[in-house]
Every structure is written in C-alpha cells, then in structure tokens.
Design a protein around this ligand. Sequence first.
Ligand code: SAH
Length: 365
Amino acid sequence: METIPMINEKQALSDAGHKVHLLNLEFDDLEKWVQSIGQPKFRGKQIFQWLYVDRVTDFDAMSNLPQKLREQLKETATINTMREVTRQVSTDGTIKWLWELYDGSTIETVLMRHDYGNSVCVSSQVGCRMGCTFCASTLGGLVRNLTGGEVVEQLLNVQRFLDSAAEEQERVSSVVLMGSGEPMENYDEVMKFVDIINDQNGLKIGARHITISTSGLVPAIRRLADEKRQITMAISLHATRDEIRSALMPINRRWGIDELLESCRYYIRQTGRRISFEYALVGGQNDDLAHARELAGLLTNIDCHVNLIPVNYVPERNYTRTPKDQIRAFVNELNRLGVNATVRREKGHDIAAACGQLRAEQGRI
Ligand code: SAH
C-alpha cells in the first residue's frame, strides 16, 4: 500500500515545534508572513496554491519560487508536522489513520466513501475532557487543543491520499468535526481551519459541506449563530431527560436540555440552517419507544434531522447495542410523529472506527 509522501519524517517532526507551520496561516496571513521575511506579497498566493491546489509535500516542488526563497522556507517554515503511525482499511472502503504529532501526541482521522462523495472526519483536540461515558476519546482526558494547522494537515493528508490512490481526480467533498475532541472548546482554531479549507484560492470546501458536532456548549453555539456562517451544526443529544443525559454526558449539568434546545432554535433563526441531532442508542438506557415519543415531543417545531447511531462498542465501556428490530421501531415511531430521522449507516464497523478507539487500542493514551 502506498504511503503518503513526506519529506524526511524524523526531521519534519523535530522541526515542527519551532518552525512556522504554514498550514496554520490563512490566505491573508500567509501574504503578511511572506512580506515579513522580505518577499513580495504575491509569493503568498503562489505558496497557498502550491499547498492547496497542487498539494505538494515539500518546498523544492514549488518550482515558480526562486531557489533562494525555497531555501529560506526550508530554514524557517514547515508543512509536515505529523507522521502516520498506523492505518486501518475497512472492507467498505473506510480508512482510519492514526497520526503522531511533533510532541508525541496521537490523533485519528477517518475517510468515508459514500455514493455522494468522500467525507472526512477530523479531530479537533488531543483527547477530550467532556467525559461522555460511552466515548473512547475521553478516556485519558484532554491533552491539548490542536492548532488550526494541525486540523488542516489531517484533511490535506487525506486529500493527498486520494490524489495518489484514485485513477480519476477525487475530492474530499465534505468534512465533519466528529473525531476526538470538542470542537466548540477550541473555537478559534476550528474557525481558522474552516476559513482555510473554505478559501477560494485553495480547497474551496463550502461551509454547507462542513459539519461541526458538539456535546452542547451553549455559548459557543450562540456565538456561531451570530457569525451567521452556513456551517451545519450537529448536536449530540443522546437523551430526552436531564437525568439520563447528565448520566451519559456530564456537560448536561452545566447546560441542560431546555437551554441547549433554545440555543438550537436560535441557531436556526440566525442562520436559516436546519440542525442535526445525534442520538446514540444505548441498550436499555435511552432506546425504547417511550424515549422515541419524548424525543419527538422535544423536537416539535425545530427544523431538524435526527441521526440515530447504534452505540459503538468500546471495550472500556460496557454498553450493549439495541437490537435491530427495536432500532427500526424507534425510527418508525419518530417518523410517524413527524420527525425526520434516519439510522446512520455504519462505516468501518470491522475496524476501530469510532471516536478514539484506534488511539485507545494502540495504547496511546
Ligand atoms: N465532541 C463532539 C464531537 C466528537 S464525537 C460531540 O460530542 O459531538 C462525534 C459523535 O460520536 C458524537 O455524537 C458522539 O456522542 C458520538 N459517539 C462517541 N462515542 C460513541 C460510541 N461509542 N457510539 C456511538 N456514538 C459515539
């Protein structure tokens, strides 16, 4: 299997801590940065296009830059700050990577192939401090926030993989922030990531094709609503009553279901966008028909779509999965009550594709 080409990996990683990470710079910032090292502004645009249109992996390939500038870039900047530790390939085409960052931390990224295109799930933090009881990402707590550039690099690595693996040009068509971490806790860096992949000079991934999933940080949902970006908001709801939700998701003790749903209504009003709710069916806890009816009651008058996710088995957590016919009955009940709901088609079930699973399995926590 081909690997993603990189310049000398060890060198790249040891440099990454003190060099400027170019993937961390939005278009305008890259223009400013090239000027700060004594170059004309237009070099910024050239470099940006090398990074996101040609997707080169080293400075020597930037053939329209003067040799002297290329040497200067090698001295002061980097575009490779992570190395592939391992990769798992599912029979359904899903691929999951485990990356090591320059400081030894590890994160995961997943590529999913759908009929409608390629979607990539990126991580926004190393670990997570939300403490959701069913989730593997939070097992070792939060290590640190990722920089916007580290989120960009995950995506770029997957796009480079598609560039090298596919016979025809294949693009990443949608991006979900559903890897490890709570993206709304790392707001500024996540928005930097959004701006960089959105840029018309580069990858041009539209905001409508970017989904941010949150465990429910109400002030951040309101902040994003006020920015009126067209990003798709996904809310990890998972329960219909505060007692159940607080037991599964400690954040619910800070912002309860009512307050959370109020912020969702606000998001819809401000942006005109429909919201997604994630509802993981956890055997015996939130998965009977009474819960389906309560859920329908809660979501009355909210323009939304519900994604039902049969809980993924995490060895450290002892949850059981809801039987298939009960899942059917749950979704039918929601539909009958007028709620738009589907069961998420599972991808990568034969590999450790759920949040944080591969990292946990590799003993990297
Ligand atoms: N912190 C954010 C984004 C990361 S998790 C959030 O909470 O939304 C992405 C989604 O996967 C969330 O809906 C999360 O609750 C869900 N998830 C985590 N572990 C899971 C598991 N074992 N089974 C099913 N869904 C899970």
